[in-house]
Design a protein around this ligand. Structure first.
Ligand code: F6R
Length: 612
C-alpha cells in the first residue's frame, strides 16, 4: 500500500528518496512521485504512473540534475481517484508540497469549503485537500507546525502526512494518526518513512511516532509533540533487523525464494520455544503462565492469510487445549456489537502489524473486558506490537512477495506452540501428546526441505490450469482453512477465480459447478476424516470433474481417469496442515508464472493494507 519517504540533509537527497521508494515497492502501488527543494527555495516535483523506475527515468531526462537538500517521495495505491499522474503524490498548493498515507473521510466537505475560498483542484485525490488546507492555515500561522496542527484537528480518517514548505527548506513536518511513521537518525541528516525497511540501508537508529504525534525534523534535530501539542521525548531504538531487501539470490522471484526458505524460517520460529520433548512456556513469554491458567476462551482477529492461520488454529485450540475459540475477520468484528466471553484472551494475527482493520479491531476490543491482548506478528515495532500486552514474534524475516507464504507457515507453527502451552497449563494435554507435538515440530523443517523436491512435479501439473477460469479447493477439519489459504493464494497470484469449500458442503450447492472445465484440488491427508473425504472425491468423479488429489503415500488413493494423485511422504497428523500448505503455494506460484502475472506484486494488491 502507499509508501512515504522523506529526508533532510546537507547533501542532495534525491537518490536517497528514490532508493527508499524502491525499497517500498514490495508493498504494492500504482504511481509514484517526488518533490525536493534546494537551498535557493526551488521546488521540483515529478510524478509518474506505474513503476518507480519510470520516475527514475523521468528524473534522468531532466536537463539539469535534480537537486534538493530536503524532499518527500511517495508510492500511491489508489483509493480516491484512479491511478494517474495527476492523482499521484506529492500534491502541492502555493509553496506547500504534501504526501499522505491513509484516507481523509471528510475530504468532500473540506473540498467544498476550500473551493468556496477560491482553491482550484487539479486532482480527485483526497490528499490535495490537505495541501490546500495546510496552505490556507499557514497564512494565519507562525510556523508550518502550527498550520499542520490546525489542519489535523479538522480531519476525519487516518493519516501519515509529511509536508515541506518551499520558503523554509530546512524543516520537514510529519504527523500521524492511524498510519505508521518512523523517523531515522543519521549524522547531520535525518529521514522518515512509513516503513523502516525504506531506511535500513542508511540508518539503524529509529524513533516510532505514536498516535497523534507531530514532529519537526531538520538535518540537526527532531522535535516531537504529542496530540496535545506538548513537547515529548520518544525512545530511539537501534534496530537489529537484517537488511533482507537485498536480493532474490538464485531465485527468480521473492515469492519463490520465500517458499523455499520455509525450512529455515520455521527453525527460527521454534528456536528457544521447544526443546527435544517439551514446550518451553518461558520461550513464548515470561509472564504468560499466569494468563494461560486463566484463559477460558480465545478470540482471534485477523485478515486474509492471517485469518486463515487463525481458522486453522481454532481446531487446535479446541482439540488440543480444550479451550473454546472464535475467529473473526477484523473488518467484520470492528463493525458489529460483539459479546465478550468471560476470561477471554484476544489474539490478533498479522504479518505487517499495520493492517488498518486489525489495528482498529484491537483498539475497539481494548475498551472491552478481555483478560489480555496478544499479537502474533512478524514486524518488530509495528503498531500492533506496540499496542498489545503479549507479543509472539513469528520470526519469519522480511517477506517481500505480496502474497504471504513463509509468514503463514510460521504463524501456524507459533499458534501450535501456543496451543500446546495452553493445553499444558490446563492439564488437557498429556505428557505423551506434548512430546508428540514437539517431536513433530522438530522434524518439520527437514521434512519441508524434502517436500520441496516435488517442485518439478507441481510445475508440470500447473500446465493443466493455463486455460482454466475457475477452481475449487476442498478440505475437511483443519484442512478446510488450508484449502481456504490455497484458494486465496491461487486467486491472488494467477487471477483465476477460486473458492474453497469444506468438502462435506459440496452437495449443498457447489456440486452444480462441477464439469470438465473445473479443476478440483483436494487436500486428503491420512487422518480420521479420510474415508468421509473419499466419498466427496467420488461425488466429483461421478460428475466428470478434474481432480488433483494431494494425499499421503500411505493411503490407497491412486491416479485414475480424471484423477491425478500427488503422493506426499507421510507425516504427523499434527503438523500436516503446515506441511500440505507448501505444495499449494508452489502450485499457485507456477500457475501464476504460466499465466504471466507479476507474482511478487499481483495487480491491485498491497503488502500492508493500511487503509480500511
Ligand atoms: C495474502 C495476503 C493478505 C494478508 C492480509 C493481512 O497472501 O498476504 O491476505 O494476509 O492483507 O495482512 P497482515 O497479515 O499483514 O495483517
Amino acid at each position: 500500500m502507499c509508501g512515504i519517504v522523506g529526508a533532510v540533509a546537507q547533501r542532495n537527497v534525491t537518490n536517497i528518496l528514490i532508493h527508499g521508494l524502491h525499497r517500498l515497492e514490495y508493498r504494492g502501488y500504482d504511481s509514484s512521485g517526488i518533490a525536493v527543494v534546494d537551498f535557493k527555495s526551488n521546488l521540483t516535483r515529478i510524478r509518474c504512473l506505474g513503476k518507480v523506475k519510470n520516475l527514475e527515468n523521468a528524473l534522468k531526462k531532466k536537463k539539469e540534475q535534480v537537486f534538493g537538500n530536503i524532499g518527500i517521495a511517495h508510492t500511491r495505491w489508489a483509493t480516491h481517484g484512479e491511478p494517474s499522474e495527476i492523482n499521484a503524490h506529492p500534491h502541492t498548493s502555493g509553496d506547500i508540497a504534501v504526501v499522505h498515507n491513509g484516507i481523509i473521510e471528510n475530504h468532500e466537505e473540506l473540498r467544498k469549503i476550500l473551493q468556496s475560498r477560491g482553491y482550484i483542484f487539479a486532482s480527485e485525490a483526497d490528499t490535495e485537500v490537505l495541501a490546500h488546507l495546510i496552505e490556507w492555515e499557514l497564512r494565519f500561522s507562525n510556523s508550518l507546525r502550527e498550520a499542520v496542527q490546525k489542519t489535523t484537528i479538522q480531519l476525519e480518517g487516518t493519516y501519515g502526512i509529511v509536508v515541506i514548505d518551499r520558503k523554509n527548506p530546512k524543516c520537514l513536518v510529519v504527523t500521524r494518526s492511524g498510519s505508521p511513521i518512523v523517523i531515522g537518525f543519521g549524522i547531520n541528516e535525518n529521514f522518515l518513512a512509513s516503513d523502516q525497511l525504506a531506511l535500513l540501508n542508511i540508518t539503524r537508529h529509529f524513533m516510532y511516532l505514536e498516535e497523534g504525534d507531530l514532529a519537526e525534523i531538520t538535518y540537526q534535530k527532531v522535535n516531537v509533540f504529542d496530540i496535545k501539542g506538548q513537547k515529548v521525548e520518544r525512545k530511539i531504538i537501534e534496530s537489529n533487523s537484517k537488511d533482507h531487501i537485498a536480493a532474490k539470490g538464485q531465485y527468480h522471484h521473492f515469492m519463490q525464494k520465500e517458499i523455499f526458505e520455509q525450512a529455515s524460517s520455521l527453525k527460527n520460529a521454534i528456536e528457544g520455544r521447544i526443546n527435544k520433548d517439551l514446550i518451553l512456556t518461558n520461550g513464548i513469554g515470561v509472564h504468560i503462565t499466569k494468563i494461560l491458567q486463566k484463559i477460558e476462551h480465545v478470540q482471534i482477529i485477523a485478515c486474509g492469510t492471517s485469518y486463515n492461520a487463525g481458522m486453522t488454529a481454532r481446531y487446535w485450540f479446541e482439540n488440543l487445549a480444550g479451550v473454546a475459540c472464535d475467529v473473526e475477520i477484523a473488518s467484520e468484528f470492528r463493525y458489529r456489537k460483539f459479546i465478550t466471553r468471560s476470561n477471554s484472551l484476544l489474539i490478533t494475527i498479522s504479518q505487517s502489524g499495520e493492517t488498518a482493520d486489525t489495528l482498529a479491531a484491537l483498539r475497539l476490543a481494548k475498551k472491552k473486558n478481555y483478560i489480555s491482548f496478544m499479537a502474533i506478528c512478524n514486524t518488530e515495532n509495528s503498531s500492533l506490537v506496540r499496542e498489545s500486552d503479549l507479543i509472539l514474534m513469528i520470526r519469519a524475516g522480511a517477506e517481500i512477495g505480496v502474497a504471504s507464504t513463509k509468514t503463514f507457515t510460521n504463524q501456524l507453527a507459533i499458534l501450535l506452540i501456543l496451543v500446546t502451552a495452553l493445553g499444558k497449563q490446563k492439564h488437557f494435554i498429556s505428557i505423551e501428546k506434548e512430546k508428540e507435538i514437539v517431536n513433530a515440530l522438530n522434524l518439520l523443517p527437514k521434512q519441508i526441505d524434502n517436500l520441496l523436491n516435488l517442485n518439478q512435479e507441481i510445475q508440470y501439473l500447473s500446465k493443466g490450469f493455463i486455460d482454466k477460469k475457475n477452481t475449487l479447493f476442498l478440505g475437511r477439519g483443519e484442512f478446510y482453512p488450508i484449502a481456504m489459504e490455497a484458494s486465496l493464494k491461487l486467486k491472488e497470484i494467477s487471477y483465476i477465480h477460486s473458492e474453497a469449500y469444506a468438502a462435506g458442503e459440496l452437495k449443498h450447492g457447489p456440486l452444480a459447478l462441477i464439469d470438465v472445465n473445473m479443476p478440483v484440488i483436494v487436500l486428503a491427508p491420512n487422518n480420521e476424516l479420510l474415508e468421509k473425504l473419499k466419498s466427496n472425491i467420488e461425488e466429483v468423479k461421478a460428475r466428470g470433474g478434474i481432480l488433483y488429489i494431494f494425499t499421503s503415500i500411505d493411503t490407497d488413493i491412486k491416479t485414475d481417469k480424471g484423477m491425478t494423485v500427488i503422493s506426499l511422504p507421510s507425516i504427523s497428523e499434527i503438523t500436516a496442515p503446515i506441511y500440505y500448505t507448501i505444495p499449494m503455494q508452489l502450485l499457485s506460484y507456477y500457475v501464476g508464472l504460466i499465466k504471466g502475472t507479476n507474482v511478487d506484486q499481483p495487480r491491485n494488491l498491497a503488502k500492508s493494507v493500511t487503509v480500511e
